[in-house]
Structures are given as structure tokens and as C-alpha cells.
Write a protein that binds this ligand. Sequence first.
Ligand SMILES: Cc1cc2nc3c(=O)[nH]c(=O)nc-3n(C[C@H](O)[C@H](O)[C@H](O)COP(=O)(O)OP(=O)(O)OC[C@H]3O[C@@H](n4cnc5c(N)ncnc54)[C@H](O)[C@@H]3O)c2cc1C
Length: 508
Amino acid sequence: MKYLYPPPRLTAPVSLQGMLRDDVLARAGHSYGKSYADVVRAVARHFPHPPDLVAYPSTESELVSVLDWCASSNIAIVPYGGGTSVVGGVETDIGEGYRGCVTIDLSYLDKVVEVDTTSLSALIQAGATGPAIDAQLSKYGLTLRHYPQSFEFSTLGGWIATRAAGHYATVYTHIDEMVESLRVISPSGIVETRRLPASGAGPSPDRFFIGSEGTLGIITEAWMRVQRKPTYRVSRGVFFDNFNEGVECVKELAQSGLYPTNCRLLDPGEALLSGSGDGMKAVLILGFESADHRVEAVMSRGMEICAAHGGSLTESVGSRNGVSVTEISSSADVDSRSVSKWKDSFIRAPYLRDELVLMGIIVETFETAVTWDHFDELDEAVIKAVRGAFAYATGSKGWITRRFTHIYPDGPAVYYTVVAPGRAGAELEQWRTIKQAASEAVLANFGTITHHHAVGRDHRRWYELERPYLFAEILAAAKKVLDPGWVMNPGVLIEQPKNYGALSIVEH
Ligand SMILES: Cc1cc2nc3c(=O)[nH]c(=O)nc-3n(C[C@H](O)[C@H](O)[C@H](O)COP(=O)(O)OP(=O)(O)OC[C@H]3O[C@@H](n4cnc5c(N)ncnc54)[C@H](O)[C@@H]3O)c2cc1C
């Protein structure tokens, strides 16, 4: 029989076989994440490096057994949550020098184990997806309140490993802020941090693992700060004649101390794409919510700031037959039409993306954050570079739009969407040219290579330029302690240094 995929190179010990699969569905399904390049390669049935085996541990001790077997047998390990990585984080092309590759899929570790209603925190297993977490917490009237666009499929462990950001614009939106403590299984042993509301005791061990992208060990569970479900909400859509007016307004909002839950500024093209505008004006989606108090007063102040910058409401008020916000029951959701349109489009976008790929259209998003003083030059440079790459790689004008997804007192997180016609068979090359142009412009103009999509394999070369040189050495030294055989997710985040074997770290 001719294999569509290279045959598995590994045979697992009998004791582990019950949790391992080597069928085509498991192997093909765990070869890639969900980036544009991943979808193109999967559709082309290009699977040169599938994992040899996929492990599905349902307890931590099963996970330890499979991890020990891999680490002691020179087998690369790829931790896998929901597989929604868009940066090559779960790709199993691990390079030479390994006997094979095992992907460890955490989907059976999906429980909320304990809830502390006094401290408002919950112990949650790493493989739990957004809906599974919300369903289990809602029995207590609580929520993690973390809503990345990939909420439906991504997992707690994936969010922590990649420093994910939910869709709230300010305060408690990065997963970093919600981790109270975590537990990590590394090839050298278990690391469990202490549950604390805050601590000044040295560099934070939690923060050290948050964002480690599976290179230091596997996060099995974490105590997470949870919240009471918000009951008071108000959202409004505001028009600006141009994006720049909106930018000035959002800067003031970000520095006002109002901390809106939503503060998405869409440029006119983005507003048109999402159905919340007509393509002539920029749209700001502004929202406030609370589990404790009415939010109309803060919205009123927010509206004053918008008005001072030339903003006008997309509709007079709310979705409820024009009744003014203050007359509406304080627990009501008040959305204008453009807000509802934006929400619909936000939820549907991931599904639409795959259809566009099948239609031969290059569709990619990339995101960054930058301080306000550098925003204008970064934005101009990115748009110019991407338009140049469109012309060079696709011979078309393409389409680039942007929005602010998150705002901070010192700068915005900017999210660009690019769309261009692909040439059959050349899409990946075209995509690389566009991605490279954008990434170089971001780095040259003081942005970060990623605000929330992580580093993975795809962003590594730019991450290497961004991080301090000595920090790379520190990471490698930490890896030497936790993963002396360099089996944890090779190729992701950090390249194995040439002097790795010589690093003078005590062997375990
Ligand atoms: C349509 C779409 C929308 C998205 N929207 C957002 C968004 O709004 N915000 C955002 O932040 N990201 C977003 N992403 C990116 C992605 O969803 C995030 O990076 C997410 O955190 C990945 O979670 P996951 O469970 O799918 O992890 P995976 O994709 O399975 O893994 C991601 C990385 O984490 C590692 N990893 C996974 N689980 C563990 C674990 N338990 N221990 C150690 N390492 C682990 C993997 O090895 C890999 O390197 C989006 C992706 C898509 C496809």
C-alpha cells in the first residue's frame, strides 16, 4: 500500500499504546495549525512531516509517561491545545536529529477542577476550550471573560502558552493578567507556582512560562482569576470623517482612565468589510460593561470625548426603537446597528477566511503594538510596504485595512487585514513576500512582531531582532535546565544555539 504520508517512524511501548494514535486522520489533523499557509498546504495535501504519533493523555500521569518516553528516547514533542496557532506553533516539521515526533493533544484534560468562590478563582485544566470553560463556570455565575476570536476551538493551555488576548480593549484582556498560578510538566520535572493575588518576590515564575509556547514544558492546569458575569452593558458606534480623527479620539479615551471594554477603531475599509460602515467613514465601536454598577455615566463621558474629536453617533441611540440609553433598563444590552454588524462579522470572519482560501484568494491578518509617538510612521510604512508587495507579488492593488483591537495609555494594538488574488501554485511565495514586507516595516518602525498571535516558527526571525540578545541566552539556559535534550517544540520561539551542549548548566 502506498502511503499518502510518510509512515510512522516510531513504535510506542505497549504501556502507552492505549493513548496513542497513528491513523491518517490523527496525523494529518495535527500536522498544521490554522494560518493561511497551513490551510493552503493542507488543501494541497502537502503533508511531508506529519507527527509519527498523536498522544491523547486523559490524566496528568499519562501525560508524564508519554513525555518521559519521548524525552528519554530523543523524540520531539509538540504540545497541542486547539491547534488554532497562526504562526506555525504546532507544525511538526521538527528538523533533523530526532528519532521522530509525537504531538501531545490535551483535549481530554478539559475540566474545571475546583472553584474558589471566595477568592474568585478557578483551577482549570489546560485542554479546556472557551465554551467548555464558560459552561462549567456559569454554574457559579462566573466567567473567565476571555474571548479571543478563536474562543470556540482554542484552549486555556494554548492561551497561556501564547499570551493570548481576548477581544476586550483594555484591562484584563491579556491572559497574563488572569493567571494566578500554573503547573508545568517539563522533561526535568514539575514546576508548580504558588497561588497569590500578587507578589514582589523576585522575577515572576508564572510570567516565565506564560508565552513559552511549549518550549519549556507542558502546562497541565492553572488557577485562573475569574469574574462575576457582567450584567450592565452599553455599546455605541461612532462615525469619524477619517481614521486620523478617530486615532486622536482613541488616544484620549485610552488615557482617560475610563477603561472601555470595547474600543475598536475601524478604518473606512474595515468598516465596510464588517458591514458597520459605508466605506467613507471610520467607525469606533465603544462599549462599557460591569457586573457591579451602571455604565451609562462612563459612556456619557466617552461620548463627550468622541464629540470633541468630531465623532457622531452612527444612529441616534440603541437598538431598542430609539429609546435613549438612560431610559433603558440598566441590565439591557444596548447596541447600535453598526455595533451588531461588527459583532456578527467578528464571529463569522474565521469561517469566511477558509472559504476565501479555497477560492484562491490570499487573505492574511497581522498585528502589532506600538507607542503612540511612533504610530503614524509605522502605519504609513506598513501600508506602503504591503502595497509594494501586492504590486510585486500579485500584480494587483490588493486590499489592506486596519483596526485597533486593544488600546493602552501608551499606544494601540493595530491589526491589519490583507486580501489579494493568489496565483495557483504560487500562493505561498506570494504570501511570504507580503508577510515579509509587513514584518520588516513593523520592526523598522518600533512595533512588536506580535501583540497576541505569538512567535511560533513564522515570526521567529523577526522576534530574534526584537528581543534583547542576552534574553535569548537566558531562554536557552532555562531550556537547558528544563529540557536538556531540546525535545520540547523544536523550531518554535528559539533556535537551538550552536554552543547549547557547552552551556554550563547543572545537568539533572
Ligand atoms: C480565526 C482565528 C482567530 C484568532 N483570534 C485570536 C485572538 O483573538 N486572540 C489571540 O490571542 N489569538 C488568536 N488566534 C490565535 C490562536 O487562537 C491563539 O494563539 C491561541 O492562544 C492558541 O490556542 P490553542 O489552544 O489553539 O493552541 P495551539 O494552537 O494548539 O498551540 C499554540 C502554541 O501553544 C503551545 N501549547 C498549546 N497548549 C499548550 C500547553 N498546554 N502547554 C504548553 N504549550 C502549549 C503549542 O505547542 C503551540 O506552540 C486566532 C486564531 C485563529 C485561527
